[in-house]
Design a protein around this ligand. Structure first.
Ligand code: HEM
Length: 232
């Protein structure tokens, strides 16, 4: 079994690097470049480059998720009663929930929206009309992508903490863990809600800029760490 879980871990790392590497490429490199470049260059890239990058991006997300959820379920079953009061169980649940939301944002928001953006660019390149909803879909995908960048910062910390930083959690009571999970769930839900309704007029600051997104990610990490320290 140790061999099987190590293979899963290996797949998880390889797919995770692929996914998050492309997420950072989209946010830190491609979007600023698209903002500055000529429409013709942007259109060519949307038709030929973006679909390739998105293929690796969404399947990277899929394999990261599948390997991650299998490892999670395996440990849950193995540790049974003590899982949710163990340092591993508490940290990996927080990291895993963030990762699962990021995975859902990829497959349910970013990819469906980008399909419309790509189809619209292809139609315009062939002399047709742009798809009317394409601009709105592009903004929605961008906000989900920024939200994932924000989430990735604490996500990776808690994922690594699960095996390497047990003193973050110690030996908490079931009540303390339940309190922590409820507060953390409310905070995560608020950020995800901003992602879901943000393009319909609600504020999406600080996610308007890359630097704002990074600041928000590190601030969110700090809030989570303080909650761990105070509650557990
Ligand atoms: C999509 C949802 C995700 C789930 C459900 C998940 C789940 C897990 C689980 C259960 C482990 C523990 C493995 C073990 O027992 O050793 C783990 C470890 C890890 N995960 Fe994830 N993960 C997810 C996403 C990600 C992403 C996007 C990354 C980014 C690259 C990532 C990076 C890592 C790393 C680096 C570790 C190793 C921790 C260590 O040092 O042992 N995970 N993940």
């Amino acid at each position: 079994m140790e061999f099987v879980t190590q293979i899963l871990r290996w797949i998880h790392f390889l797919a995770g690097i692929t996914w998050i590497g492309l997420l950072y490429y989209f946010n830190f490199v491609q979007t600023p470049f698209f903002g500055e470049t000529d429409p013709a260059v942007r259109s060519g890239a949307i038709q030929k480059l973006v679909p390739r990058a998105l293929w690796w991006f969404r399947w990277g997300a899929m394999f990261t998720f599948l390997a991650g959820i299998l490892m999670y379920l395996y440990e849950w079953v193995r540790q049974a009663d003590v899982f949710f009061v163990s340092p591993y169980g508490v940290s990996i649940t927080v990291g895993g929930v963030l990762g699962i939301l990021m995975f859902l944002n990829v497959w349910l928001i970013i990819w469906p929206c980008q399909k419309v953006v790509i189809a619209s660019a292809a139609q315009v390149a062939q002399g047709g009309q742009a798809i009317p909803e394409a601009a709105g879909r592009a903004r929605r995908a961008a906000l989900a992508s920024r939200t994932n960048t924000l989430f990735s910062i604490p996500m990776l910390f808690f994922m690594g903490a699960s095996r390497h930083y047990p003193s973050l959690v110690g030996q908490p009571s079931g009540n303390a863990v339940a309190t922590l999970f409820i507060i953390v769930a409310i905070l995560i839900a608020a950020i995800e809600l901003n992602c879901l309704v943000g393009t319909q007029g609600a504020t999406k600051k600080p996610l308007d800029s890359v630097s704002g997104t990074l600041w928000a990610g590190f601030l969110f990490w700090l809030v989570l760490i303080l909650l761990f320290e105070i509650i557990l």
